[in-house]
Design a binder for this molecule. Sequence first.
Ligand SMILES: Cc1cc2nc3c(=O)[nH]c(=O)nc-3n(C[C@H](O)[C@H](O)[C@H](O)COP(=O)(O)OP(=O)(O)OC[C@H]3O[C@@H](n4cnc5c(N)ncnc54)[C@H](O)[C@@H]3O)c2cc1C
Ligand SMILES: *[C@@H]1O[C@H](CO)[C@@H](O)[C@H](O)[C@H]1NC(C)=O
Ligand SMILES: *[C@@H]1O[C@H](CO)[C@@H](O)[C@H](O)[C@H]1NC(C)=O
Ligand SMILES: *[C@@H]1O[C@H](CO)[C@@H](O)[C@H](O)[C@H]1NC(C)=O
Ligand SMILES: *[C@@H]1O[C@H](CO)[C@@H](O)[C@H](O)[C@H]1NC(C)=O
Ligand SMILES: *[C@@H]1O[C@H](CO)[C@@H](O)[C@H](O)[C@H]1NC(C)=O
Ligand SMILES: *[C@@H]1O[C@H](CO)[C@@H](O)[C@H](O)[C@H]1NC(C)=O
Ligand SMILES: *[C@@H]1O[C@H](CO)[C@@H](O)[C@H](O)[C@H]1NC(C)=O
Ligand SMILES: *[C@@H]1O[C@H](CO)[C@@H](O)[C@H](O)[C@H]1NC(C)=O
Length: 543
Amino acid sequence: MRFSSLSLLAAAGTLASASNFKSGEYDYIVVGGGPSGIITAERFIEAGKRVLLLEQGSGPTVATGANETLVWNHTLTDIDLPGLSADVGALPAWDEYLCTDTEGYAGCVLGGGVTINYMVFVHPPEHDFDDNNNWPQGWKWKDLKPAAERLYKRNPGTILPSADGKRYDQGLYNVLSNFFKKLNWTSVDMITQPNEKYQVYSHPAWNIKDQVRAGPVRTYLPLAEKSKNFHLSLHTKVLRVVRSGSHITGVEVQTASGKTEIVSVAPHGRVVLAGGALATPRVLFNSGIGPKRQIETAKKSGINVPPEHEWINLPVGVGLKDHPIFTIMAQTPGNFGIPDYESIVNGSDTKDISLYGKGSGLLTQGKHRLTFFSSNNINGTTRYYQGSCAPESDAVLDITTYMTHGLTSSGVLGINENQTTVIEKSPYLQTAGDRVAAYQFIQSLVNDFNAPDSGFELETYLNTTAIMSSLSPGMHYTTTAKMGTDDGRENGTSVVDVNTKVYGTDNLYIVDGSIHPDLPTGNIQATIMVIAEAAAARILAQK
Ligand SMILES: Cc1cc2nc3c(=O)[nH]c(=O)nc-3n(C[C@H](O)[C@H](O)[C@H](O)COP(=O)(O)OP(=O)(O)OC[C@H]3O[C@@H](n4cnc5c(N)ncnc54)[C@H](O)[C@@H]3O)c2cc1C
Ligand SMILES: *[C@@H]1O[C@H](CO)[C@@H](O)[C@H](O)[C@H]1NC(C)=O
Ligand SMILES: *[C@@H]1O[C@H](CO)[C@@H](O)[C@H](O)[C@H]1NC(C)=O
Ligand SMILES: *[C@@H]1O[C@H](CO)[C@@H](O)[C@H](O)[C@H]1NC(C)=O
Ligand SMILES: *[C@@H]1O[C@H](CO)[C@@H](O)[C@H](O)[C@H]1NC(C)=O
Ligand SMILES: *[C@@H]1O[C@H](CO)[C@@H](O)[C@H](O)[C@H]1NC(C)=O
Ligand SMILES: *[C@@H]1O[C@H](CO)[C@@H](O)[C@H](O)[C@H]1NC(C)=O
Ligand SMILES: *[C@@H]1O[C@H](CO)[C@@H](O)[C@H](O)[C@H]1NC(C)=O
Ligand SMILES: *[C@@H]1O[C@H](CO)[C@@H](O)[C@H](O)[C@H]1NC(C)=O
């Protein structure tokens, strides 16, 4: 159930009589069952803690309660099948799972964005954490490497998912890799050579394991579920944390029936927010944590925010970042097209389906056919770019071109009186440096495509200006509750300290994309998972 009617909420604002919760018995209440929440909850379980994981959405896999399976395989839903991920926007799951309570894109389903994303899995390079001072001491690559290794052991990603060791539908890869080879770019394996990010191309790395969509719902959750100390409650939305001054005593939740109730943590318990960069700020505003104006709006929406003398003035929402996407399309001399998704869904594509039954073939692969990376330098600032290349139609190539790590723009996330988080200031191309750098990078690609002997011809967006104006959200939002040493209560920019604890609180932590002080060089999900691994260890180390 989504947050529907506030008047209904107000009317139902009493304690439920028959609660499913063991209020007062949880060492940790984790808010949000996306990748960061599941990983953190599972590591707390391994440490012997009693954990309640609260997720507002439903379970997307058969094991977690989904019952709309493929007509030809009753153990799988359509979002599990890698071969359908390219078409995820056309599946019923898209409308069902996409959040309606945030302005940007996020998944409101167990697994969060990882449940409905395009499965691009970029192992972060070391420079993401080390090449500027945005990540604080204690969060440099040398500190994060063990966390990354823990993640990759369980959720490694793959550039070769088909069990027979073959790659399928390589027409696009062949023609485009040849194009880059002629430009003297280097062929790399983006999983084993994550630090190579200048003029390189690779077979795409996907979040796939055992021929199905991977991610913490498959690679961590089952481990937690073995423990009697683990409790997962779906269809349960946290409205706010309940606190007495700096001490968090529990959370107010709204369950599927629309009823609200308060669930307490154990006396020395902690609350960990993992709702994602677009949703965690709502919980903070509703709890009297953030800029005054946002808390006042939250109060107007009917939430029982604490009295004003308890408000903690922190720059929540300020600093929102995302990767902008620019779309480049070109007619190519290649031989490729897009699969007939309808015949995969309805079971008539017997050739690919029977190969899939043997763990192989086209349906084990994700959307893209080639991924490239590069960078440029404007006045001493290096900005990185990623191109995720997929078929658009017969012989037509679509490049999702991201400007990534090094960009200097940021925006602001707030909330409206309907409890929807809103982007008050766009995070895209706010600085002259970003605009100049993006223009220059795109222009260089345009020149290469327009070279007389390239064999490529731009389509739809015919020049750099048109490509720049195709700008769309990268959906890799971060930095709405930034981690750092400059305490936001004292004019600093940070909302959480280097132990991921919210300034001004005794026992409230954040582990999701909100706290990342910077964007990674590639698609973000692997980085989200690495940081969650590291954050869980930091939190457990706090006595
Ligand atoms: C459409 C789409 C495509 C993407 N494609 C890619 C890609 O190909 N590769 C890549 O690397 N990244 C991709 N991303 C980004 C990636 O999926 C996200 O960055 C990642 O999922 C963020 O993880 P998170 O744990 O921070 O938050 P989320 O994934 O947003 O998870 C937060 C979870 O918390 C729940 N929640 C929030 N608030 C509450 C509350 N108050 N009470 C209870 N539950 C709550 C939500 O329902 C959700 O399940 C994509 C994202 C989207 C939306
Ligand atoms: C499938 O799940 C939905 C949502 O949980 C439920 O309403 C429906 O009854 C289920 N259908 C079957 C056939 O189990
Ligand atoms: C690629 O390298 C070769 C050999 O060094 C050189 O002759 C050629 O001009 C280079 N091409 C481009 C596009 O830089
Ligand atoms: C499945 O979809 C294909 C492609 O749209 C169509 O040709 C075929 O008739 C459909 N088969 C069934 C059984 O619906
Ligand atoms: C159905 O999916 C499972 C993976 O969950 C796989 O092991 C099995 O081979 C698939 N069967 C067919 C017929 O595709
Ligand atoms: C809130 O919702 C109401 C009713 O749907 C709508 O009229 C109003 O414009 C919304 N307010 C905001 C700030 O979006
Ligand atoms: C780069 O530096 C020069 C010289 O200081 C300046 O004129 C120019 O505006 C700068 N460009 C950008 C994009 O900041
Ligand atoms: C750029 O391309 C667009 C179409 O994509 C076209 O409308 C516009 O006139 C072009 N501008 C220039 C300067 O060529
Ligand atoms: C914060 O900055 C404002 C405006 O610059 C100033 O008035 C105030 O004293 C500063 N507060 C602290 C705690 O530094």
